[in-house]
Design a protein around this ligand. Structure first.
Ligand SMILES: Nc1ncnc2c1ncn2[C@@H]1O[C@H](COP(=O)(O)OP(=O)(O)O)[C@@H](O)[C@H]1O
Ligand SMILES: [Mg+2]
Length: 222
């Protein structure tokens, strides 16, 4: 397991871990009427801290008693297998490409080392991620995953560069945007929001990563 990136495990009492608990509370609060069973995390541009934010959120959600599946929908630069230190020999891409029955036993889920949290890695990197993620088979995979957990969390590539995140967002109950303090530009945020609205994604809020702790702002919601 990557000790650096999973601060919620290595330092559960740190202010950063506390910020993840606040994020969990906010997500639960804003979805009281319509509980979120699937959530996508994306960002406008590259290296915003999406995978790190998502992995820590998944840990905190599982610690809150939810049965969580964390899936790597970034079929271009997958990271979850590295963060959790597990093999990535088989995963989401293989599941979409195969035509096997989507029974529980057939899902290539891995234990994460955290109670209640299982992983679906990216699997072999495909030539055509957008085609796979937009396929009818993909919606069946999402349905099979949501049937197996209280919450399915999906990682994704940045939303501006490629269509993958928008294709995924259209299939999720909610989408969370990760914005990196000091690097994501306002115009990029507006563009990302517009792209997500175009596919009727339900944008539930934004997380500010890389914020200095004394700024007093670690996450905010619309
Ligand atoms: N909040 C943060 N503060 C500082 N560095 C971070 C933060 N989140 C992630 N990083 C670092 O930034 C890099 C990119 O993070 P990652 O989560 O892989 O982003 P993305 O999935 O958006 O490409 C990694 O090296 C990670 O360790
Ligand atoms: Mg990533």
């Amino acid at each position: 397991m990557s000790q650096v990136d999973l601060i919620t495990l290595t330092d559960p009492r740190s202010p950063v871990s506390e910020a993840y608990r606040t994020l969990r509370t906010n997500l639960e609060f804003l979805s009281l009427d319509h509980p979120l069973h699937s959530l996508l995390v994306t960002s406008p541009a590259v290296s915003s801290g999406k995978s790190t934010t998502l992995a820590n959120l998944a840990v905190i959600m599982a610690e809150g008693g939810r049965k969580v599946i964390l899936a790597d929908g970034d079929l271009r630069r997958p990271a979850l297998h590295e963060i959790f230190g597990v093999d990535n020999d088989v995963g989401l891409s293989d599941l979409i490409r195969s035509d096997s029955e989507l029974e529980t036993a057939a899902l290539p889920l891995r234990e994460s080392g955290v109670d209640g949290l299982r992983l679906l890695c990216s699997g072999q990197l495909p030539q055509n991620p957008s085609v796979l993620l937009g396929s009818g088979r993909m919606s069946q995979v999402v349905a099979a995953l949501t049937a197996q957990a209280d919450l399915v969390l999906f990682d994704a590539p940045p939303v501006i560069a490629v269509t993958d995140a928008a294709l995924l967002a259209a299939q999720m109950d909610g989408t969370l945007l990760v914005i990196r303090a000091g690097s994501t530009q306002r115009q990029q945020v507006q563009r990302a929001k517009a792209l997500l609205e175009k596919v009727n994604a339900h944008l539930v809020g934004a997380v500010l990563s890389n914020a200095s702790l004394d700024s007093g702002v670690s996450s905010y919601y619309k």
